[in-house]
Design a protein around this ligand. Sequence first.
Ligand SMILES: [Zn+2]
Length: 191
Amino acid sequence: MTRSAWYRKIVMVMVTIGLFVSQIGGAVALAASTTPFGPERFAQNHATYAITTRSAYYQKIWRSAVHAWNKTGVFTFKLASSKSAQIKLTTASANQAQHLGKDVGLTEYWAKRDYLIKVSSELNPTLLHSYGYSRSDDLHVAEHELGHAMGLEHNPSKHSVMYYENRSVAIQPVDINGVKARYQTPAGQAS
Ligand SMILES: [Zn+2]
């Protein structure tokens, strides 16, 4: 074995140990205090939005979800025209709903070098009705989709608005901490 091969092997082992430790550390910290986030974020902790659904009921739901997040102070959604808004909040048509499958909500985004450029969040009225969601359940789904719009990922804990099947839980301190951490962490780095 040559000297350089030795060196490479040691570095490899070090890297493996390093990753292992940071994964364990990360998992413990996340469960305790912070909803996880992905590598993508907006450049600042604010973005513009427009509500484009024609349903007066779902306009209200989206407005309430925006208000609930704005109240936390960690991110600000600012109203803009539907042409210029970075985030569009809408409902799926019956036709689009077929593509959503079993999802009551869906968020899609376009990012450039991990900076979010355009986000679209949809609620699926057909399913929300058929599952018998209440008004507050609908609101929690909208809050969950806005969480994705800011860069949050699913929280394995049920006591988070970002639990993947969340229905009854509103924005929690762990979720507020997640957004705070997302915007204190550079784009490209996930938690
Ligand atoms: Zn989700």
